[in-house]
Design a protein around this ligand. Structure first.
Ligand code: ADP
Ligand code: MG
Length: 397
Protein backbone atom coordinates (compact mmCIF):
# COMPACT_ATOMS: atom_id res chain seq x y z
CA UNK A 1 0.00 0.00 0.00
CA UNK A 2 1.53 3.30 -1.15
CA UNK A 3 0.69 5.83 1.59
CA UNK A 4 1.06 9.58 1.25
CA UNK A 5 0.54 12.05 4.11
CA UNK A 6 -0.76 15.42 2.90
CA UNK A 7 -0.77 18.24 5.46
CA UNK A 8 -2.64 21.47 4.70
CA UNK A 9 -1.87 24.67 6.63
CA UNK A 10 -4.29 27.32 7.87
CA UNK A 11 -4.30 29.47 4.74
CA UNK A 12 -4.85 26.39 2.55
CA UNK A 13 -8.16 25.61 4.27
CA UNK A 14 -9.19 29.25 4.86
CA UNK A 15 -11.96 29.58 2.27
CA UNK A 16 -14.41 27.32 0.44
CA UNK A 17 -12.53 27.94 -2.80
CA UNK A 18 -9.20 26.97 -1.22
CA UNK A 19 -10.73 23.85 0.33
CA UNK A 20 -11.77 22.80 -3.17
CA UNK A 21 -8.11 23.19 -4.20
CA UNK A 22 -7.20 20.97 -1.24
CA UNK A 23 -9.66 18.37 -2.52
CA UNK A 24 -7.98 18.64 -5.95
CA UNK A 25 -4.62 17.79 -4.36
CA UNK A 26 -6.12 14.80 -2.55
CA UNK A 27 -7.80 13.52 -5.71
CA UNK A 28 -4.55 14.03 -7.59
CA UNK A 29 -2.72 11.90 -5.02
CA UNK A 30 -5.26 9.10 -5.53
CA UNK A 31 -4.73 9.36 -9.31
CA UNK A 32 -0.99 9.03 -8.69
CA UNK A 33 -1.73 5.69 -7.02
CA UNK A 34 -1.49 6.77 -3.39
CA UNK A 35 -3.73 6.18 -0.40
CA UNK A 36 -3.75 9.67 1.13
CA UNK A 37 -3.81 10.53 4.81
CA UNK A 38 -4.93 14.15 5.21
CA UNK A 39 -3.79 16.35 8.12
CA UNK A 40 -5.26 19.83 8.58
CA UNK A 41 -4.49 22.95 10.59
CA UNK A 42 -7.14 25.29 12.00
CA UNK A 43 -8.96 27.43 9.44
CA UNK A 44 -7.28 30.74 8.63
CA UNK A 45 -4.78 32.87 10.48
CA UNK A 46 -4.87 35.25 13.42
CA UNK A 47 -8.06 37.33 13.27
CA UNK A 48 -10.02 34.82 11.18
CA UNK A 49 -13.15 33.47 12.92
CA UNK A 50 -12.02 29.89 13.64
CA UNK A 51 -8.26 30.42 13.97
CA UNK A 52 -6.68 29.28 17.24
CA UNK A 53 -5.76 32.82 18.30
CA UNK A 54 -9.36 33.91 17.79
CA UNK A 55 -10.66 31.05 19.93
CA UNK A 56 -8.14 31.98 22.63
CA UNK A 57 -9.33 35.59 22.51
CA UNK A 58 -12.67 34.38 23.90
CA UNK A 59 -10.79 33.97 27.18
CA UNK A 60 -9.44 36.81 29.29
CA UNK A 61 -5.75 37.72 29.33
CA UNK A 62 -5.57 36.63 32.94
CA UNK A 63 -4.05 33.15 32.90
CA UNK A 64 -4.76 32.61 36.58
CA UNK A 65 -8.22 31.14 36.18
CA UNK A 66 -7.71 28.08 34.01
CA UNK A 67 -5.12 25.32 34.13
CA UNK A 68 -2.87 24.64 31.13
CA UNK A 69 -4.96 21.52 30.57
CA UNK A 70 -8.03 23.65 29.81
CA UNK A 71 -6.08 25.89 27.43
CA UNK A 72 -5.09 22.84 25.42
CA UNK A 73 -8.73 21.87 25.07
CA UNK A 74 -9.70 25.20 23.52
CA UNK A 75 -6.52 25.27 21.42
CA UNK A 76 -7.38 21.86 19.96
CA UNK A 77 -10.81 23.11 18.78
CA UNK A 78 -9.60 24.92 15.65
CA UNK A 79 -8.24 21.74 14.07
CA UNK A 80 -11.31 19.77 15.15
CA UNK A 81 -13.59 22.22 13.29
CA UNK A 82 -11.26 22.23 10.32
CA UNK A 83 -11.10 18.46 9.83
CA UNK A 84 -14.88 18.03 9.93
CA UNK A 85 -15.32 20.84 7.37
CA UNK A 86 -12.63 19.32 5.15
CA UNK A 87 -14.15 15.85 5.43
CA UNK A 88 -17.45 17.23 4.14
CA UNK A 89 -15.73 18.88 1.17
CA UNK A 90 -14.03 15.59 0.29
CA UNK A 91 -17.28 13.65 0.66
CA UNK A 92 -19.11 16.11 -1.60
CA UNK A 93 -16.44 15.38 -4.20
CA UNK A 94 -17.33 11.69 -4.08
CA UNK A 95 -14.63 10.47 -1.70
CA UNK A 96 -15.13 8.60 1.55
CA UNK A 97 -13.59 10.50 4.45
CA UNK A 98 -13.34 9.82 8.16
CA UNK A 99 -12.43 12.42 10.77
CA UNK A 100 -9.89 11.57 13.47
CA UNK A 101 -8.80 13.69 16.42
CA UNK A 102 -5.08 13.53 17.23
CA UNK A 103 -5.57 10.92 19.95
CA UNK A 104 -7.89 8.86 17.75
CA UNK A 105 -5.18 8.93 15.08
CA UNK A 106 -2.94 7.26 17.68
CA UNK A 107 -0.74 10.21 18.66
CA UNK A 108 0.07 9.57 22.29
CA UNK A 109 1.94 12.28 24.20
CA UNK A 110 3.21 13.15 27.65
CA UNK A 111 1.21 15.66 29.71
CA UNK A 112 3.31 18.75 29.04
CA UNK A 113 0.27 20.79 28.01
CA UNK A 114 0.94 23.39 25.33
CA UNK A 115 4.12 21.73 24.14
CA UNK A 116 3.55 18.01 24.52
CA UNK A 117 6.10 15.48 23.41
CA UNK A 118 5.01 12.50 21.35
CA UNK A 119 5.69 9.24 23.15
CA UNK A 120 4.36 6.85 20.53
CA UNK A 121 2.11 6.59 17.53
CA UNK A 122 -0.39 3.76 17.25
CA UNK A 123 -1.28 3.57 13.57
CA UNK A 124 -3.76 0.68 13.85
CA UNK A 125 -6.92 2.80 13.62
CA UNK A 126 -5.67 4.85 10.66
CA UNK A 127 -4.68 1.67 8.84
CA UNK A 128 -8.07 0.04 9.48
CA UNK A 129 -9.86 3.11 8.16
CA UNK A 130 -7.73 3.11 5.01
CA UNK A 131 -8.38 -0.60 4.47
CA UNK A 132 -12.11 0.10 4.74
CA UNK A 133 -11.71 2.54 1.83
CA UNK A 134 -11.84 5.83 3.74
CA UNK A 135 -9.46 8.78 3.69
CA UNK A 136 -8.45 9.62 7.26
CA UNK A 137 -8.74 13.38 7.88
CA UNK A 138 -6.67 14.03 10.98
CA UNK A 139 -6.78 17.09 13.23
CA UNK A 140 -3.21 18.40 13.34
CA UNK A 141 -1.35 19.95 16.29
CA UNK A 142 -2.92 17.69 18.92
CA UNK A 143 -2.42 14.42 20.72
CA UNK A 144 -3.69 12.64 23.79
CA UNK A 145 -2.06 11.35 26.95
CA UNK A 146 -2.26 7.70 27.98
CA UNK A 147 -5.04 8.71 30.38
CA UNK A 148 -7.09 10.47 27.69
CA UNK A 149 -6.20 14.14 28.24
CA UNK A 150 -6.15 16.32 25.11
CA UNK A 151 -2.74 17.91 24.52
CA UNK A 152 -1.26 20.25 21.91
CA UNK A 153 2.17 20.01 20.31
CA UNK A 154 3.27 23.66 20.25
CA UNK A 155 2.68 26.39 17.67
CA UNK A 156 3.02 25.15 14.09
CA UNK A 157 2.49 21.65 15.47
CA UNK A 158 0.37 20.40 12.55
CA UNK A 159 3.62 19.98 10.62
CA UNK A 160 4.72 17.64 13.41
CA UNK A 161 1.50 15.64 13.09
CA UNK A 162 2.22 15.32 9.36
CA UNK A 163 5.77 14.00 9.57
CA UNK A 164 5.28 11.89 12.69
CA UNK A 165 2.40 10.08 10.97
CA UNK A 166 4.46 9.82 7.78
CA UNK A 167 7.28 8.15 9.71
CA UNK A 168 5.00 5.88 11.76
CA UNK A 169 3.04 4.78 8.68
CA UNK A 170 6.26 4.39 6.67
CA UNK A 171 4.61 6.55 4.02
CA UNK A 172 6.27 7.05 0.64
CA UNK A 173 6.39 10.78 1.37
CA UNK A 174 4.89 13.66 3.32
CA UNK A 175 3.58 16.69 1.45
CA UNK A 176 3.25 19.94 3.41
CA UNK A 177 0.98 22.35 1.58
CA UNK A 178 1.18 26.06 2.35
CA UNK A 179 0.82 29.49 0.71
CA UNK A 180 4.27 29.73 -0.89
CA UNK A 181 5.86 27.58 -3.61
CA UNK A 182 8.29 25.87 -1.26
CA UNK A 183 11.31 26.76 0.79
CA UNK A 184 12.86 29.90 -0.63
CA UNK A 185 16.31 31.44 -0.22
CA UNK A 186 14.60 33.98 2.10
CA UNK A 187 11.07 34.71 3.28
CA UNK A 188 9.34 35.87 0.08
CA UNK A 189 7.42 38.42 2.15
CA UNK A 190 10.77 40.14 2.85
CA UNK A 191 12.80 39.47 -0.30
CA UNK A 192 10.86 39.85 -3.56
CA UNK A 193 13.42 38.03 -5.65
CA UNK A 194 13.86 35.08 -3.28
CA UNK A 195 14.31 31.81 -5.19
CA UNK A 196 12.75 28.44 -4.71
CA UNK A 197 15.16 25.85 -3.33
CA UNK A 198 14.33 22.67 -5.23
CA UNK A 199 16.20 20.22 -3.02
CA UNK A 200 17.58 20.62 0.47
CA UNK A 201 18.89 18.37 3.22
CA UNK A 202 17.08 17.69 6.51
CA UNK A 203 19.98 19.33 8.32
CA UNK A 204 19.81 22.58 6.44
CA UNK A 205 16.03 22.82 6.69
CA UNK A 206 16.30 22.16 10.39
CA UNK A 207 18.68 25.13 10.70
CA UNK A 208 16.27 27.26 8.68
CA UNK A 209 13.27 26.26 10.77
CA UNK A 210 15.08 26.43 14.08
CA UNK A 211 16.37 29.92 13.27
CA UNK A 212 12.95 31.36 12.55
CA UNK A 213 11.73 30.40 9.05
CA UNK A 214 8.25 29.25 9.95
CA UNK A 215 7.66 27.44 6.68
CA UNK A 216 8.08 24.13 8.57
CA UNK A 217 8.34 23.30 12.27
CA UNK A 218 11.85 22.20 13.35
CA UNK A 219 10.53 19.18 15.23
CA UNK A 220 8.65 18.10 12.12
CA UNK A 221 11.99 18.03 10.31
CA UNK A 222 13.49 15.88 13.07
CA UNK A 223 10.72 13.28 12.82
CA UNK A 224 11.04 13.12 9.04
CA UNK A 225 14.78 12.72 9.33
CA UNK A 226 14.53 9.96 11.92
CA UNK A 227 12.05 8.09 9.72
CA UNK A 228 14.04 8.99 6.60
CA UNK A 229 10.79 10.05 4.90
CA UNK A 230 11.06 12.50 2.00
CA UNK A 231 9.11 15.71 2.64
CA UNK A 232 7.82 18.03 -0.07
CA UNK A 233 6.85 21.62 0.71
CA UNK A 234 4.27 22.69 -1.87
CA UNK A 235 1.79 25.43 -2.65
CA UNK A 236 -1.93 24.57 -2.44
CA UNK A 237 -2.65 27.47 -4.79
CA UNK A 238 -0.21 26.50 -7.57
CA UNK A 239 1.25 23.50 -9.33
CA UNK A 240 4.82 24.36 -8.44
CA UNK A 241 7.11 21.35 -8.00
CA UNK A 242 7.91 22.55 -4.50
CA UNK A 243 10.95 21.78 -2.36
CA UNK A 244 12.11 18.23 -1.72
CA UNK A 245 13.71 17.65 1.68
CA UNK A 246 15.82 14.48 1.95
CA UNK A 247 19.06 13.31 3.48
CA UNK A 248 21.06 13.95 0.33
CA UNK A 249 23.37 16.89 0.37
CA UNK A 250 22.33 19.32 -2.34
CA UNK A 251 23.26 22.82 -3.38
CA UNK A 252 26.79 21.56 -3.97
CA UNK A 253 28.95 24.49 -5.02
CA UNK A 254 26.78 27.00 -3.26
CA UNK A 255 28.29 28.56 -0.17
CA UNK A 256 25.04 29.93 1.22
CA UNK A 257 21.68 28.19 1.02
CA UNK A 258 19.50 30.93 2.46
CA UNK A 259 18.82 33.57 5.06
CA UNK A 260 16.30 33.71 7.86
CA UNK A 261 15.79 35.63 11.08
CA UNK A 262 14.32 35.60 14.53
CA UNK A 263 12.75 38.82 15.75
CA UNK A 264 12.05 39.90 19.35
CA UNK A 265 15.50 39.28 20.78
CA UNK A 266 17.05 41.27 23.61
CA UNK A 267 20.79 41.61 24.16
CA UNK A 268 22.18 41.73 27.68
CA UNK A 269 25.75 42.66 28.62
CA UNK A 270 27.23 42.19 32.09
CA UNK A 271 30.68 43.70 32.55
CA UNK A 272 33.18 43.20 35.34
CA UNK A 273 33.95 46.91 35.30
CA UNK A 274 30.37 47.82 36.21
CA UNK A 275 30.24 45.18 38.91
CA UNK A 276 33.81 45.01 40.23
CA UNK A 277 34.43 41.31 40.46
CA UNK A 278 31.44 39.28 41.38
CA UNK A 279 31.27 35.48 41.33
CA UNK A 280 27.61 35.80 40.32
CA UNK A 281 28.87 36.78 36.85
CA UNK A 282 30.68 33.47 36.56
CA UNK A 283 27.58 31.60 37.66
CA UNK A 284 25.10 33.58 35.62
CA UNK A 285 24.60 31.07 32.81
CA UNK A 286 23.96 28.30 35.31
CA UNK A 287 21.52 30.47 37.25
CA UNK A 288 19.61 31.39 34.08
CA UNK A 289 19.48 27.75 33.01
CA UNK A 290 18.06 26.75 36.39
CA UNK A 291 15.32 29.33 35.81
CA UNK A 292 14.59 27.76 32.40
CA UNK A 293 15.74 30.86 30.50
CA UNK A 294 17.08 29.87 27.16
CA UNK A 295 19.96 32.08 26.07
CA UNK A 296 21.71 32.48 22.79
CA UNK A 297 24.65 34.17 21.06
CA UNK A 298 26.72 33.72 24.19
CA UNK A 299 30.12 35.46 24.11
CA UNK A 300 32.52 35.25 27.05
CA UNK A 301 35.31 37.82 27.26
CA UNK A 302 37.75 38.63 30.10
CA UNK A 303 35.96 41.96 30.60
CA UNK A 304 32.33 41.00 30.07
CA UNK A 305 29.67 38.44 29.23
CA UNK A 306 27.08 39.07 26.55
CA UNK A 307 24.07 37.02 25.44
CA UNK A 308 20.60 37.34 23.99
CA UNK A 309 17.21 36.19 25.20
CA UNK A 310 13.68 36.07 23.86
CA UNK A 311 12.17 39.50 24.57
CA UNK A 312 9.23 37.78 26.26
CA UNK A 313 11.58 36.83 29.07
CA UNK A 314 13.09 40.26 29.70
CA UNK A 315 11.18 40.94 32.91
CA UNK A 316 12.07 37.54 34.39
CA UNK A 317 15.75 37.98 33.54
CA UNK A 318 15.81 41.54 34.90
CA UNK A 319 14.38 40.22 38.16
CA UNK A 320 17.03 37.54 38.39
CA UNK A 321 19.87 40.00 37.72
CA UNK A 322 18.45 42.57 40.14
CA UNK A 323 18.12 39.94 42.86
CA UNK A 324 21.77 39.04 42.31
CA UNK A 325 22.55 42.78 42.53
CA UNK A 326 24.28 42.65 39.14
CA UNK A 327 24.45 45.73 36.95
CA UNK A 328 23.92 45.21 33.24
CA UNK A 329 23.18 46.99 30.01
CA UNK A 330 20.35 45.98 27.78
CA UNK A 331 19.46 46.47 24.10
CA UNK A 332 15.82 45.71 23.31
CA UNK A 333 14.13 45.11 19.93
CA UNK A 334 16.89 43.14 18.27
CA UNK A 335 16.66 40.68 15.44
CA UNK A 336 18.94 37.69 14.97
CA UNK A 337 19.74 37.13 11.32
CA UNK A 338 20.99 33.68 10.34
CA UNK A 339 22.91 33.06 7.13
CA UNK A 340 22.72 29.32 6.53
CA UNK A 341 24.71 27.03 4.28
CA UNK A 342 26.50 23.71 4.56
CA UNK A 343 28.86 25.01 1.91
CA UNK A 344 30.45 27.68 4.12
CA UNK A 345 32.38 25.05 6.06
CA UNK A 346 36.06 25.98 5.73
CA UNK A 347 35.48 28.73 3.16
CA UNK A 348 37.32 31.89 4.21
CA UNK A 349 35.86 35.35 3.91
CA UNK A 350 32.16 34.58 4.40
CA UNK A 351 31.93 36.59 7.61
CA UNK A 352 33.89 39.45 6.03
CA UNK A 353 31.46 39.52 3.11
CA UNK A 354 28.48 39.58 5.45
CA UNK A 355 29.89 42.41 7.52
CA UNK A 356 30.75 44.43 4.42
CA UNK A 357 27.25 44.02 2.97
CA UNK A 358 25.73 45.27 6.24
CA UNK A 359 28.24 48.11 6.61
CA UNK A 360 27.45 49.30 3.07
CA UNK A 361 23.82 49.74 4.19
CA UNK A 362 24.91 51.49 7.42
CA UNK A 363 23.53 48.67 9.51
CA UNK A 364 25.08 48.36 12.92
CA UNK A 365 26.01 44.81 13.89
CA UNK A 366 25.55 44.33 17.62
CA UNK A 367 27.01 40.85 17.85
CA UNK A 368 28.02 37.90 15.69
CA UNK A 369 28.49 34.17 16.13
CA UNK A 370 29.22 31.29 13.78
CA UNK A 371 29.09 27.54 13.49
CA UNK A 372 30.07 25.25 10.61
CA UNK A 373 26.76 25.85 8.88
CA UNK A 374 25.42 29.18 10.14
CA UNK A 375 26.59 32.74 10.72
CA UNK A 376 24.45 34.90 12.98
CA UNK A 377 24.35 38.69 13.14
CA UNK A 378 22.38 40.58 15.74
CA UNK A 379 20.93 43.84 14.40
CA UNK A 380 18.24 46.26 15.46
CA UNK A 381 14.79 44.97 14.57
CA UNK A 382 14.08 47.94 12.29
CA UNK A 383 17.09 46.97 10.14
CA UNK A 384 15.93 43.38 9.61
CA UNK A 385 14.42 43.59 6.14
CA UNK A 386 17.15 45.78 4.65
CA UNK A 387 19.80 43.50 6.17
CA UNK A 388 18.24 40.34 4.75
CA UNK A 389 17.84 41.90 1.30
CA UNK A 390 21.45 43.16 1.40
CA UNK A 391 22.80 39.72 2.30
CA UNK A 392 20.59 38.08 -0.30
CA UNK A 393 22.09 40.42 -2.92
CA UNK A 394 25.65 40.02 -1.65
CA UNK A 395 25.57 36.24 -2.03
CA UNK A 396 23.55 36.43 -5.26
CA UNK A 397 21.04 33.92 -3.96
P1 ADP B 1 0.91 27.33 7.11
O1 ADP B 1 -0.24 28.08 7.72
O2 ADP B 1 0.60 26.76 5.78
O3 ADP B 1 1.53 26.34 8.04
P2 ADP B 1 3.05 29.18 7.73
O4 ADP B 1 2.65 30.60 7.84
O5 ADP B 1 3.28 28.42 8.98
O6 ADP B 1 1.99 28.44 6.78
O7 ADP B 1 4.38 29.06 6.85
C1 ADP B 1 4.42 29.63 5.55
C2 ADP B 1 5.08 31.00 5.60
O8 ADP B 1 6.45 30.84 5.95
C3 ADP B 1 5.12 31.71 4.27
O9 ADP B 1 3.94 32.43 4.06
C4 ADP B 1 6.36 32.60 4.39
O10 ADP B 1 6.04 33.95 4.63
C5 ADP B 1 7.09 32.06 5.60
N1 ADP B 1 8.53 31.82 5.35
C6 ADP B 1 9.54 32.26 6.15
N2 ADP B 1 10.73 31.93 5.64
C7 ADP B 1 10.49 31.26 4.49
C8 ADP B 1 11.34 30.67 3.50
N3 ADP B 1 12.67 30.68 3.60
N4 ADP B 1 10.75 30.08 2.45
C9 ADP B 1 9.40 30.04 2.35
N5 ADP B 1 8.56 30.59 3.24
C10 ADP B 1 9.08 31.20 4.30
MG1 MG C 1 2.94 26.48 9.65
Amino acid sequence: MKLLVQKFGGTSVATQQRRELVADKVIDAIKRGYKPVVVVSAIGRKGDPYATDTLLSLLSNDKNYLEKREYDIIMACGEIISCVVMAEVLTKRGLKARVLLGGQAGIITNDEFGNAEILKVDTSKILTIIEEGYIPVVAGFQGMTQSGEITTLGRGGSDITGTVLGAALKAEAVEIYTDVDGIMTADPRIVDDAHLIEKISYNEVFQFADQGAKVIHPRAVEYAMKGNIPVYIKNTMSNSKGTLITSSRENVGKIITGITHMASRTQITISFEQNDYDTAIDDIFEILAKNKISIDLINVFPEYRVFTIDSKQVETVKNILDTLKLKYSIVQNCSKIAVIGNGMRGIPGVMAKILKALRDKNIKVLQTADSHTTIWCLVKEEDTNIAIQALHDAFQL
